[in-house]
Design a protein around this ligand. Structure first.
Ligand code: PMT
Length: 397
């Protein structure tokens, strides 16, 4: 994806270099144009350094016309992102003014246009700005934000530019959406993610290192592929992917209950959660005092959520995960058969940079008569590929 970032003259433009850096980290090609007012706040050199390309500021620039003039820039971009977008820029877009580089590019491009407004909250709520936003939306311009909070002018309210991470997430979603077929359109997908916590007493618990990243990435990928997604999540600190409906739980028993309540509607169940196999048999209602040198906790088995779902009479397609330190294929195939699954996704754990709590994962996928390997890649892109594989192998029969 090629993103033309346009920076206009608002104080929020001090955050825009961070947008460039994050987009580049996500494999997006970025070029930058700046209005003259933006150059009063921040030097073009900053954007040149983070993007690695010269910054464009002039409509009539002999050098630029020989290289990338306004028409070339307008043609080059897949996405025109204006961040921050001032009230003045929004008004010029609506009016169709073409008196500088940015306004001319806005008219000349067929790229997807996205604006991240930033202004004082009175300016945001002014009838003129609100009418301009409505007009831009009716012309298919996507409006991201603005957010709420303290503002550079000293006031508090709506008008802050969204954080760079939120803007970039929206763009990366757009990039992924454009490359993914809607193979799960009309399907309901149920996913478990994260760890469970088994209380010992009111202040202590037993848990594991699952961050929820793999399960959340799959929920996002399934939603991008057109599914209605319910995500039953253990205790994690992750944002809910766009369009996904989330149920928060804590223990294995509460995860089991939440899954059983909604599973009858599911076409596909993907068990990514690292569910505690055991819980503490006698949980103490008060804090256990350290009166002796050692302590024995008796543990009892938790229900196996995946096995219980796959044993249902009208069961959905059942996909399991296997977290193994050794004999990956042997243990994974054993679980595939024993838990009566359609597919199992095995990852090696206990290896730095893979499995638990990392941003990347490498997996071996097994189904009754087949196998496919996925070398290490980001959990986000792995999830998109796994959803593609699940659609082909398990749903298109
Ligand atoms: O969350 P991250 O930090 O991104 O890490 C991802 C992950 C390593 C947790 C994930 O990729 C993974 O491997 N999840 C499964 C971990 C696990 O518990 O594996 P298992 O081999 O113990 O269980 C096999 C399958 O049965 C899993 O699908 C599990 O969700 C399911 N299960 C297990 C026990 C139980 N009581 N109920 C279950 O549903």
């Amino acid at each position: 994806m090629k993103v033309l970032l346009a920076v206009t003259g608002g104080i929020a433009c001090y955050k825009s270099p961070e947008i460039v850096r994050r987009l580049v980290d996500n494999g997006v090609e970025v070029r930058v144009i700046m209005t003259h007012s933006a150059c009063e706040f921040i030097k073009p050199l900053v954007f040149q350094a983070v993007s690695g390309f010269p910054v464009h500021t002039e409509l009539l620039d002999e050098q630029a016309e020989a290289g990338m003039g306004h028409i070339e820039l307008a043609r080059w971009a897949d996405v025109l992102l204006i961040a921050p977008a001032t009230a003045n820029t929004l008004a010029k877009m609506v009016a169709g003014t073409a008196d500088d580089l940015l306004s001319t590019v806005c008219l000349a491009t067929t790229a997807t246009q996205i604006v991240a407004p930033a202004m004082n909250s009175m300016m945001w709520y002014h009838a003129a700005t609100q009418a301009n936003i409505e007009t831009l939306q009716s012309r298919n311009v996507t409006v991201l934000g603005p957010g709420e909070g303290s503002q550079a002018c000293g006031e508090t309210g709506v008008g802050r530019m969204l954080e760079p991470a939120d803007i970039v997430r929206a763009l990366v979603d757009l990039k992924d959406q454009s490359g993914v077929d809607k193979t799960l359109a009309g399907k309901q997908v149920l996913i478990t993610a994260g760890p469970t916590r088994e209380d010992v007493d009111p202040v202590r618990f037993i848990s594991n290192h699952s961050s929820g990243k793999m399960g959340f990435a799959l929920a996002r990928a399934a939603s991008i592929a057109g599914a209605r997604v319910t995500l039953v999540a253990g205790p994690v600190s992750l944002d809910t992917p766009a369009g996904v409906s989330r149920v928060d739980v804590t223990s294995a028993e509460s995860m089991h209950k939440a899954v059983m309540q909604v599973v009858s509607e599911a076409d596909v169940f993907i068990a990514v959660a690292a569910v505690a196999d055991y819980r503490v048999a006698e949980q103490s209602e008060s804090k256990i005092k350290k009166t002796s040198a050692d302590m024995v906790l008796r543990l009892e088995r938790n229900p196996d959520i995946l096995a219980d779902v796959s044993a249902l009479p009208n069961r959905p397609v059942c996909i399991g995960f296997a977290a193994e330190t050794d004999n990956l294929e042997g243990y994974a195939r054993d679980k595939l058969t024993r838990k009566n699954l359609d597919m199992i996704i095995a990852n090696r754990v206990g290896v730095a940079g893979n499995g638990f709590n990392s941003d990347k994962n490498a997996v071996e996928v097994f189904w009754p008569d087949g196998h496919q390997s996925f070398t290490a890649r980001s959990k986000q892109s792995l999830a998109l590929e796994l959803i593609g594989l699940i659609s082909t192998r398990c749903l298109s029969k």
